[in-house]
Design a protein around this ligand. Sequence first.
Ligand SMILES: [Cu+2]
Length: 115
Amino acid sequence: MNAVRTGLIAAAMALLAACGTSSSAAKTEAPPSNVAVTVDIRTIAFNPKSVTVHAGQTVAWKFDDGSIPHNVVGTDWRSPDRTSGYYTHSFTASGTYSYRCTIHSNMDGQVVVTP
Ligand SMILES: [Cu+2]
């Protein structure tokens, strides 16, 4: 009886430890708040290649291409080279903003900002 109870407590504690680990990992990977659109960076491409948001909104890029590093470079903004996590940029004025990854020559995308 005591052995069963001890076993159950150990199992419960292991479960709690596992939950704690996974929830902190999930927090690290959680998308930033107040994001209108998320662009997935995968297979050496921006997916989708073109997104449309309203002025004042924020776009997030999710680095999701295994060990291949990428960056997001616009005319006056740029992310670090990364293999994981998120980068965000807010667009305040209407227009079409082209951007690219400077590591891969054919890797580009655009953000269309409408009023
Ligand atoms: Cu790239």
